[in-house]
Design a protein around this ligand. Sequence first.
Ligand SMILES: [Zn+2]
Length: 291
Amino acid sequence: MKTWLTLAIRQRYWLRSYLGYPPVRDALPNTTHCALAALQYASVIPRIITQNVDGLHHKAISHVWNRNQLDSGILELHGTLHRVHCKHGHDVSRNIFQDRISAANPQWHAYALELEKTGNRPRTNPDGDVVLEGVSYDDFVVPECPECLMDGLHNTNIKPHLVFFGESISQERKRRSYEDIEAGSRLLIVGSTLATYSAFRLVKHAIELQKPVLHLNIGPSRADGLPGVQKVDIASGDIIRQVTRAVLGTSAVQDNIIAELLRSGIVKRPPPDHSDEDYSTNRNTADMSSS
Ligand SMILES: [Zn+2]
């Protein structure tokens, strides 16, 4: 199901997202992303299914993996903030779309530059937008899709490649997620409450197939008490890196790429803000790695 937005909602969405995107664009993988990348590179974890939309699993390994490896190795269950498409399927990178917004809205572009300069950026929430108080969105111009314009259509119905709240994931993505679970011998779940059904059903699928399931997460989750799920109440933090070193043994030291991945990653993440609604928070702190 695709929900296309009215003009007023599009203006509000895109202004908030336009201002919220630079920190998402500039974000760097943390130590967990990099340790999982090391396990992927070493073929211990061939596939990752992520509920995150920030592209950080890609960033952690994109310097040593090609496009095909990225596409087959990482499934973004709920899409990505880094690409947008119009109602007629014309797809473009987010950076190009951000530039189009800047060109169509010089006053907001100047405002964004000012925020960058002063370091006074509003906090970007996990869905990649900011909260703006007391702002009128009426003068914000959502750029038209240039490819539609070449066909004589004026179309500002443009969305990021995200599964919005209330939408379903595509049949293709659903099929692929089941396939990833089936291809693995076991399932490791890192930092997810599994609140969204699209993720929870994959855990159920793994259990039905009698695959061992290990779940690392602090606090309660939807899978608690499910037979077949071994739960460890722990933050992934440095644990994943330590486990990766233990699993990879000498190659963690002797393979330059793996050694570098295990030295990489930012250590601190921005503190979570629990004022966000649960769906966003849950959706953006979850990874499921199947191997
Ligand atoms: Zn178009």
